[in-house]
Write a protein that binds this ligand. Structure first.
Ligand SMILES: *Cc1c(COP(=O)(O)O)cnc(C)c1O
Length: 396
């Protein structure tokens, strides 16, 4: 598709995205295709969303059948697939109660409200949140209030009051911010947008311990790092740490807009009550059918095992690139959520990679991020390295 045609259509959209000048048309497996039929190897997965890749026949057929039956009923009525999706989600998160949302931001909004409501019921007077520097929790007011980047927050101030930012992986700094008003600590076990920063074992365990000792709720934002991406179903489980509230979205619907926050029975007992929260679309039959089917496929096709089999090869190839190229500082991350940190700005690298038929995304701090569909094979990793190295040849 010619650029001018894209621009003409794009004029009608609000200009908040720095879009690449390509118009995508369809996808299959690890690849997407533009309107001219050009093929792109996808290591972005629509921002870590399409874990099962594109055009998964079983998922597509199931969604089509559900569309023909019914796809919206409102939450005044029960739909079987929602109860079943929630049960499946509870089974893998270890939580007890689920609320389905339309997005990751909304999942975090719900988690923050849940924590405030928990404190309110128990009349503890707690309302403050501790969040992490370099975190990303979404764009709605609550979510952006706990996002650790000035540029995301400043234009929209004043935000939700009572938020303190701690240095990621610095337990002493967290401790210094805790007081009798702290109601919850929210963090991503593996920060995505913030530059692919993995929490340390000590940090995750330390946060859990602080929360237990001081009657504070631990909220893990698994929107990006969850759903098998790091080699455990949820990244917090890789540390053997169980939060009180967990938030998910992105890969859980493979692209059907759906997220969720889930909590333990203990939290639910004192938290959101009838009338406290809701979402007209949240967890409609189509969204819940997607979640139910995605989780079924995960189990049936042993996606998690596959992630653990394939990710050492990605690690190896990225380590080799780090050795070889002077402009690469280090490899970061875990499993199929990794990044290469460069000592030069990565905008141009990303742009040329897309031109060269490889979709990758950037993260904070000159990082090129790799969050491919979880179904990838070694040959795709080889193809990615080849395409990226062709780009680096002119820049590095
Ligand atoms: C993407 C993301 C969000 C926001 O999700 P949306 O669906 O865009 O609202 C929240 N937290 C993390 C960690 C994310 O990566």
């Amino acid at each position: 598709m010619v650029n001018s045609k894209i621009q003409a259509g794009e004029e009608n959209l609000l200009h908040v995205y720095n879009r690449f000048p390509i118009a995508l048309d369809h996808g299959n497996g690890m690849y997407v295709y533009d309107t001219d039929g050009k093929e792109y190897l996808d290591f972005a997965a629509g921002f870590a969303v399409t874990g099962l890749g594109y055009n998964n026949k079983e998922l597509n057929e199931t969604l089509k059948e559900q569309v023909d039956k019914i796809y919206h009923i409102s939450n005044l009525y029960y739909h079987e697939n929602c109860g079943e999706a929630a049960a499946a989600l509870n089974k893998i998160t270890g939580m007890d109660r689920v609320f389905f949302t339309n997005s990751g931001s909304e999942a975090n909004e719900g988690a923050l409200k849940s924590a405030r409501r928990y404190a309110y019921t128990r009349q503890t007077g707690k309302y403050e949140f501790i969040a992490m520097e370099n975190s990303f929790h979404g764009r709605s007011f609550g979510a952006v209030s706990v996002t650790g980047h000035d540029s995301y927050r400043e234009p929209f101030e004043p935000l939700v009051p009572g938020v303190h930012f701690a240095k990621f992986n610095n337990l002493d700094n967290v401790k210094s911010l805790v007081n009798e008003k702290t109601c919850a600590i929210i963090l991503e076990p593996l920060q995505g947008e913030g530059g692919i920063n993995l929490a340390t074992q000590e940090f995750m365990e330390g946060i859990r311990q602080i929360c237990d000792e001081k009657d504070i709720l631990m909220i893990c934002d698994e929107v990006q790092c969850g759903m098998g991406r790091t080699g455990s179903m949820f990244a917090c489980q890789g540390f053997g740490v169980k939060p009180d509230i967990i938030t998910v979205a992105k890969a859980i619907g493979n692209g059907i807009p759906v997220g969720a926050f889930a909590m333990t029975k203990k939290v639910a007992e004192y938290s959101l009550k009838q009338g406290d929260h809701g979402a007209t679309y949240g967890g409609n039959p189509l969204a819940c059918t997607a979640v139910k089917k995605v989780l079924e496929i995960f189990e049936k096709e042993h996606i998690l095992d596959h992630v653990n089999e394939i990710s050492p090869y990605l690690t190896k190839r990225l380590d080799e690139m780090t050795e070889k190229w002077a402009c690469i500082v280090q490899r970061k991350g875990k499993g199929l959520m990794q990044g290469l940190q460069f000592n030069i700005p990565v905008g141009e690298i990303n742009k040329r990679a897309v031109e060269n038929g490889l979709l990758v995304i950037q993260a904070e701090g000159n990082v090129i991020r790799f969050v491919p569909p979880l179904i990838l094979e070694e040959k795709h990793i080889d193809e990615m390295v080849e395409k990226l190295e062709q780009v680096l040849m002119g820049l590095c």
